[in-house]
Design a protein around this ligand. Structure first.
Ligand code: FAD
Length: 313
């Protein structure tokens, strides 16, 4: 059976890998490949953020957590590392529902909280260095026999194959006629300075984060609903620096090396479902701020849906 995966972001490539592993012949058709996709802009930390529905998202996220944790040990070229990090809150807040499923989760002691914070926790999660990871994922797809074709599709009908998987991210607004899908703009800065603790830090209420990579540190971020501007903005850079400095007072802004913007494909809920029709079509888009976090769990469900429908026909 031949399957066409539309989209070469993290969701499309992960589905392609899982389909190839399950024995499908796969062609990935996309207007843009790495390093030009939204996925390449992701920070990226494993964290179910800006995504719904919570129950399905948590299950997909935890399945992905396990895959990334194995990769951190067994795939040195993938750019995945397990890191301890801290999340700070200004007001005491509810602890995340997934706390028992991740490694080394513990509430912070009062003397571990920087000045203005009231509450927080420490936990170990995967950090995914997207420039390295996307290149690795695409290479894995090709090594398994996946074919990559660069093409902008005007419609889903324009794609070949016995089955389709729609991982077109924000492009699904046009391809699937989905007005629920909208951009949530995210800006990040890159810095050639490493925080001394080597931890990642984040503050979810203001969406601030400091994520060390092997070649730089990523500072974030913003979440601007409905904003299509893909250019970095000076005021946003100032805001990011101010918030990150609250967590990392020694941050040296003279060492900023660049900025980037990505448009998160946000939706009231992830659309992962089979659309009935003459040819099997599975939609897998609308992952908001958690496409990397959910990628492997969603890909497993896509393959299960396609396998079930193919067995029935
Ligand atoms: C600043 C920022 C930080 C982020 N941090 C994190 C994080 O820490 N953790 C996390 O899990 N997530 C994070 N995210 C979210 C994550 O980046 C997205 O959820 C994820 O990239 C979505 O992946 P995708 O494959 O669905 O879409 P995309 O990466 O956008 O890929 C879509 C693909 O579809 C193709 N396509 C679209 N329309 C067409 C068409 N008509 N014809 C052909 N091809 C088409 C595109 O060319 C592209 O290849 C962050 C996002 C941003 C912007």
């Amino acid at each position: 059976m031949r399957c066409t995966v539309i989209g070469a972001g993290v969701c499309g490539l992960t589905c392609a890998v899982r389909l190839l592993e399950a024995g499908w012949a796969v062609e990935v058709v996309a207007a843009k490949f790495t390093p030009e996709t939204t996925s390449d802009r992701a920070a990226a930390i494993w964290y179910p953020f800006l995504v719904a529905p919570a129950d399905r998202a948590d299950a997909w996220a935890l399945a992905s957590y396990r895959v990334f944790a194995e990769m951190a040990v067994g795939e040195p070229d993938a750019g995945v590392v397990m890191r301890t990090g801290r999340e700070y809150l200004r007001q005491p807040g509810e602890m995340p529902g997934w706390r028992d499923a991740v490694e080394h989760f513990r509430p912070l002691e009062p003397d571990e909280l920087p000045g203005e914070y009231a509450h927080g926790w420490e936990f170990e999660v995967p950090i995914i260095e997207m420039p390295r990871y996307m290149a690795w994922l695409q290479a894995r797809c090709e090594a398994l026999g996946g074919r990559l074709t660069q093409r902008h599709l005007a419609s889903l009908a324009g794609a070949g194959g016995d089955a389709l998987v729609n991982c077109s991210g924000l492009g699904a607004r046009e391809l699937a006629g989905d007005d629920d899908l909208h951009p949530v703009r995210g800006q990040v800065l890159y810095l050639d300075q490493t925080p001394s603790r080597g931890y990642f830090d984040q503050q979810s209420e203001t969406l601030a984060y400091v994520i060390p990579r092997s070649d730089c540190t990523v500072l974030g971020g913003t979440a601007q609903d409905g904003d299509w501007n893909e250019s970095p903005d000076g005021d946003d850079s100032e805001l990011i620096l101010r918030r990150c400095r609250a967590m990392w007072p020694n941050l040296d802004e003279s060492r900023i090396t660049g900025a980037a913007v990505g448009l998160r494909p946000a939706r009231s809920a992830v659309r992962l479902e089979l659309e009935p029709g003459a040819r099997p079509l599975v939609h897998n888009y609308g992952h908001g701020g958690a496409g990397v976090t959910l990628s492997w769990g969603c890909a497993d469900e896509v393959v299960a849906l396609l396998t079930a429908v193919s067995a029935a026909t």
